[in-house]
Design a binder for this molecule. Structure first.
Ligand code: PMP
Length: 441
């Protein structure tokens, strides 16, 4: 197979005079892609095409933003119509209520809804809301979880050498960026995840000062790491005992793991839930939803959340089309993504075993990640940092590009099945994986 990526290379060189690393986020640049990223041009269903005309089966799906796949006909029609009527009014609109009502149907405890544009905005507002509502300064954030690029939680979201992490009873806070507000992390209590004793200890120490615990239901930015049985419920119980709010960050898992996300799947009820990615079908739509009593604190800007672009008309119309498709036929689309996810994971596990490759695949429904490791499971951030060979994964994912399969080249991110993926796509992927592993030796 002779894949040419000359035009991507040319565009990358050209971009360097106007942009940083060829794009608008470091995760799209050489840090993950090597010498230069692929420049993508168009996409349809489960496939994406680069500027050199190469076709790839896409398991990245815009970092999970496309549960229906690319250019789903109903979403495209909704966007076209909304655009022709005026892109955005920045005023109250009926479509906003309709999307809010759909979310109320889907998401347990979504008594009130507020729209934002990105997952970062939603989580940032949720933390402010929790602090404003409770009058308490601190919040708990877990190692290895990413909630966006806001200063207060931009800590230990990247993998680091295990020796730099400190003792798990008192994790060392490693900021993920320069330039953070010097005091931003003072009220951030960093804890290991899937470790109830650590949460209990934090409440014994700081009890009445903790406004919120923020957690993903499934870690989606350190491979895929599911919660230990009963863990989320235990966190819920403890937070309730201390009048602390539970913020469930469902930016990735919302509209994906189940119509009601991890709340439904793991039977846990949060006070505030944040949504992004899968909500807008590729348009920047995010939301935070929750108990009316808590959300009321936003009234009159008491806890301030502004945004010119909030609930943009095009985004809202795309979201309505997206949610209607996801809810149709008793959630058939989500069930399809589970079936495809399971088939892919089973096939991958079979190949790893047959070829004696030191790799495992971890998944929850449609979300999955391949981890090159000698371990049988990776249960938290520290295990990920200690035992996962990230370079090997990156070489593997880049080699898959050669065979027309596009998975994230970052071992810390994940792949995801969409409504557009088929059994043939699974077979195509497994064949490519087989070829890559047999040629890598
Ligand atoms: N929370 C989680 C769990 C995420 O995975 C992400 C994005 N990867 C965010 C929040 C931030 O979302 P956004 O990129 O839309 O700001």
């Amino acid at each position: 197979m002779t894949r040419q990526t000359k035009r991507s290379e040319e565009l990358f060189r050209r971009s360097l005079d106007s942009m940083i690393e060829g794009g608008s986020s470091p995760s799209r640049g050489p840090a993950n892609y090597g010498d230069y990223p692929l420049f993508m041009e168009r996409a349809e269903g489960a496939h994406i095409f680069d500027v050199d005309g190469n076709r790839y089966l896409d398991w990245m799906m815009s970092y999970g933003a496309l549960p229906l796949g690319h250019a789903h006909a109903e979403v495209v029609a909704a966007i076209q119509q909304a655009a022709a009527e005026g892109t955005h009014f920045a005023s109250a609109t009926e479509i906003e209520i309709e999307v809010a009502e759909l979310l109320q149907k889907m998401i347990p405890g979504a008594e009130r809804v507020r729209f934002a544009n990105t997952g970062t905005e939603a989580t940032m507002a949720a933390i402010r809301l929790a602090r404003g509502y409770t009058g308490r300064p601190k919040f708990v954030k877990f190692e290895g979880q990413y909630h966006g690029w806001f200063d207060d939680f931009l800590v230990n979201s990247h993998p680091h050498p295990i020796a730099s992490l400190g003792h798990r009873n008192d994790p060392v806070k490693i900021p993920d960026s320069s330039g953070l507000n010097r005091h931003a992390l003072d009220d951030t209590i960093l804890l290991p995840w899937n470790d109830m004793t650590a949460v209990e200890r934090a409440f014994e120490t700081w009890g009445g000062q903790i406004a919120a615990v923020i957690t993903e239901g499934v870690i989606a930015n350190m491979g895929v790491i599911p919660p230990a049985p009963g863990y989320l419920k235990a966190v819920r119980q403890l937070t309730r005992q201390h009048d602390t709010l539970l913020i469930l960050d469902e930016t990735v898992t919302g509209c994906r793991v189940a119509p009601g996300g991890c709340q439904e799947y793991y039977e846990v009820h949060a006070d505030i839930v944040t949504l992004g990615k899968g909500l807008g079908a590729g348009l920047p739509v995010a939301a935070f939803v929750g108990r009316a009593q808590v959300m009321e604190a936003l009234a009159w800007g008491g806890v301030l959340h502004y945004g010119t672009q909030n609930a943009s008309r095009i985004g809202m119309h795309a979201a309505r089309a997206n949610l209607e498709c996801l809810l149709r036929d008793d959630g058939a689309a989500i069930k399809h993504t589970w079936r495809i996810g399971e088939a892919l994971c089973n096939g991958l596990s079979e190949i790893f075993e047959r070829t004696s490759t030191p790799a495992i695949v971890q998944h929850v429904g449609p979300m999955l990640q391949i981890l090159f490791t000698e371990k049988r499971t990776i249960g938290d951030y520290r295990e990920f940092c200690s035992f996962v060979d990230r370079d090997r994964y990156r070489r593997f994912a880049l080699a898959l590009f050669e065979h027309g399969v596009y998975m994230t080249p970052s071992a810390a991110l994940h792949s995801v099945a969409s409504l557009a993926h088929t059994d043939d796509d699974v077979a195509f992927t497994l064949e490519a994986v087989d070829k890559v592993l047999s040629s890598a030796g």
